[in-house]
Design a protein around this ligand. Structure first.
Ligand SMILES: [Zn+2]
Length: 451
């Protein structure tokens, strides 16, 4: 017998999102976030084509400062962070002459499966109306000193704990010129052979009101892609036949964040936004999606177009520019807390399994998946094909002797449901759900997927 078929052993225990009593986001400080944003604004501009060497003004000074903040966080945890610059000379659209693209990163290595990586990132560069203007003051308070401050505060907070898997904190350069720093970090992840479990890209996360007076300090938008960017013709063909247009790992990461936020009544609610990014625009999660890594963008519920990508000026009584006075630091603290809780959980969960399913012309559904390192049980989830959220269907205890897990679901019909499986660690930390459809796995394609 090639593999052991497990019986569908139902456990009495309900699924728990996480068992930790203490809130890992408790230390997050709105005052520190304000200090960090003000410090970044004080560098005048953080334009990618500004000076890398000037100690006071420009992108280089900002990156040096960010690196020092990472090093101070590391000193506070006994040297638990590997801090470095990841850099490469790059040119292209909006970078006519080659410049050194430099990211400041800090790696908090996991104690059990250091190759599994969660990335919290934000771009530190800024711009004004003319994307090529490297001279003018470009405070970039919301876009994106807010996300950069969030990354630093997450590093300070999460580095107080130990995790079985790795967390990477990254300040990225070159976003406004064309996602250069994110491409560099995504390449770096591939070179390192990282298994990227999730990328949380934070870009414009510090405002709660738009220029039209509409305000919302209760929600954060999470942007996720539908059909995964790395799906080839073969995968798209199988999606057309078997489903999967709404079940990329990015989409399931969005559902995961939404569920996590709902479990924290005092925190922000997630508004799942089911498109890769804002209309016609992009962000630093896209290079990761291109390479098949699960990634989402977090951004404010209400965007203020008069205070982003604008020259500092007053016109007809309207003040333009991305300045500190437009930032809602309590809101930024709330988005930071959501990131910290999410990374705390994701760094403790096993990888979501790669699930195969068979429900074709049969009155039940067969799910199969290989064992996942660190999983003590698996939760089986289902949704009606037109539903947003997963519902728990079954729980299966992991059998350490099996080399394939299997469960038959009856009287469910495969045509009527989408199924998925999550992995649960011994401490109760549960992974995002991996959908049993082509392209559902949390790994770059091609990996043998649901048939
Ligand atoms: Zn931005």
């Amino acid at each position: 017998m090639r593999y052991l078929i497990l019986s569908a052993a139902l456990l009495a225990a309900p699924a728990l999102a996480h068992d930790r009593a203490a809130d890992p986001a408790e230390p997050v400080s709105a005052d520190r976030l304000r200090n960090d944003v003000e410090t970044m604004v004080s560098f005048g501009t953080r334009h990618t084509l500004s000076s890398l060497d000037d100690p006071e003004r420009g992108i280089g000074a900002a990156l040096d400062w960010g690196r020092t903040e990472f090093e101070e966080a590391s000193a506070a945890c006994g040297g638990c962070l590997d801090v470095s610059f990841v850099e490469r000379e790059m040119s292209g659209r909006r970078i006519p002459e080659p410049v050194l693209i430099r990211n400041a990163i800090a790696i908090q290595r996991g104690s059990e499966r250091p190759n599994e990586v969660v990335i919290i990132q934000g771009h530190i560069d800024s711009r004004v109306s003319d994307v090529m203007n490297a001279e003018a003051d470009a405070p970039g308070a919301n876009d994106n000193a807010s996300g950069s401050a969030l990354v630093l505060e997450a590093a300070r907070t999460l580095s107080q704990n130990d995790y079985p898997t790795t967390i990477v904190y990254a300040l990225l350069m070159g976003e406004e010129q064309g996602l250069y720093g994110a491409n560099l970090l995504a390449d770096y992840a591939m070179e390192q052979g990282w298994t990227v479990k999730a990328v949380l890209n934070n870009d414009v996360v510090g405002g709660s009101c738009g220029s039209d007076g509409v305000c919302d300090a209760e929600h954060v938008r999470v942007f996720s892609e539908g059909v995964r960017a790395d799906a080839d013709e073969d995968t798209r063909g199988r999606m057309r036949s078997l489903g999967g247009s709404n079940d990329s790992p990015s989409r399931n990461l969005s559902r995961f964040l939404d569920q996590l936020a709902e479990g924290e009544p005092t925190g922000l609610d997630v508004r799942q936004t089911w498109r890769s990014d804002r209309m016609g625009r992009g962000g630093d999660h896209l290079p990761f999606l291109d390479r098949g890594f699960p990634a989402v963008r977090l951004s404010v519920a209400i965007e203020d177009y008069e205070h982003q990508h604008q020259d500092l000026r007053t016109e007809d009584g309207v003040t333009y520019g991305d300045t500190v006075d437009e930032i809602d630091f309590n809101y930024l603290a709330d988005v930071t807390r959501l990131n910290v809780r999410a990374a705390d959980l994701l760094a403790r969960t096993p990888m979501p399994p790669v699930v195969q399913s068979d429900g074709i012309v049969r009155p039940d559904v067969l799910l199969e998946w290989e064992p996942v390192e660190g999983a003590v049980r698996y939760n089986i989830w289902r949704r009606r094909t037109d539903e947003r959220d997963w519902t728990l269907r079954d729980t299966l205890r992991a059998d350490p002797g099996a080399d394939l897990n299997s469960i038959v679901l009856a009287p469910d019909r495969g045509d009527d449901w989408i199924f998925g499986v999550s992995s649960v660690a011994a401490d109760g930390a549960e992974s995002p759900v991996s959908s049993a459809v082509p392209g559902g796995q949390f790994y770059p394609l091609p990996v043998d997927s649901a048939e």
